[in-house]
Design a protein around this ligand. Structure first.
Ligand code: CA
Ligand code: CA
Length: 243
């Protein structure tokens, strides 16, 4: 390639790669990149690492619901615990760590049946954060164990589960779906703010079993950005007495 053509190609690539943010995006702070996750789901953020909590040191109200069993389509039984954070204040990175401290992991969804069971645990509106008019009153629900490592093709590439199990099922929200009263496009994942790399239930105007992608720092305690979630779901692969 000649120098001139190479330069032209470089400019074209820069134009194509430049993010376009014509309107406020769902579920995230203003654009600008920011922290990311490695392939194992660990935070990459040297400047402002998420504070690491235990259940005893979380600085916000937190309520752990009784774990419920569910027999998966393959016959195994797992247990699911909803952690309710009525004021938010726990981001995905922190929720992941708490789930692991508890002996489980953030819930991983491998079938429509498992998704329906987990959604049933969190469908009460108390588990849902509702935006104000600036975001057309869209709601988002608890965090799940899906994430997208640094370098993945946006917005659909590279999605993984915290357990490393195969990504065989997904249930992203879509434009015009039941409950979508927001005139903005709602197809997920959309990497709307250029930094959305974790999964939570959402995100239309009512509680729904579909998913959206959100920033890993979404809902951080005392963040100036108002969005948050009101919980997360822990999945255990052994019975409560066995852990
Ligand atoms: Ca699972
Ligand atoms: Ca999104």
């Amino acid at each position: 390639m000649s120098g001139g053509r190479a330069a032209a190609a470089a400019i074209l690539i820069a134009l194509v790669a430049a993010p376009v943010h014509a309107q406020p995006a769902r579920g995230g702070p203003p654009p600008g990149g920011g922290p990311q996750l490695d392939v194992a789901g660990h935070e990459i953020d040297e400047r402002h690492p998420s504070e690491r909590y235990t259940f005893a040191t979380v600085p916000v109200p937190l309520e752990r619901m009784a774990s419920r069993p569910f027999t998966l389509p393959d016959g195994r039984t797992h247990w699911y615990e909803v952690v309710y954070t009525p004021e938010g204040g726990v981001n995905w990175v922190q929720a992941k760590a708490l789930a692991e401290q508890a002996g489980g992991h953030l819930a991983t969804i491998a079938s429509a049946e498992e998704n329906a069971f987990v959604f049933d645990l969190v469908k009460d509106r108390k588990y849902w954060f509702q935006w104000d008019a600036s975001h057309n009153h869209v709601m988002n629900g608890p965090f799940l164990g899906g994430y997208q490592p640094r370098g993945s093709a946006e917005p659909k590439g590279g999605w993984r589960w915290v357990t490393g199990e195969p990504w065989v099922y997904e249930n992203w929200a879509y434009d015009g779906m039941p409950g979508d009263d927001d005139p903005r496009p709602s197809q997920q994942p959309n990497d709307a703010t250029g930094n959305q790399n974790v999964v939570a239930f959402g995100e239309v105007n009512i509680p729904v079993p579909t998913w959206g992608d959100f920033p890993q720092k979404f809902g951080t305690y005392r963040s100036p950005f108002p969005g948050r979630t009101h919980g997360f779901v822990i999945e255990y692969e052994t019975a409560p007495g066995g852990r």
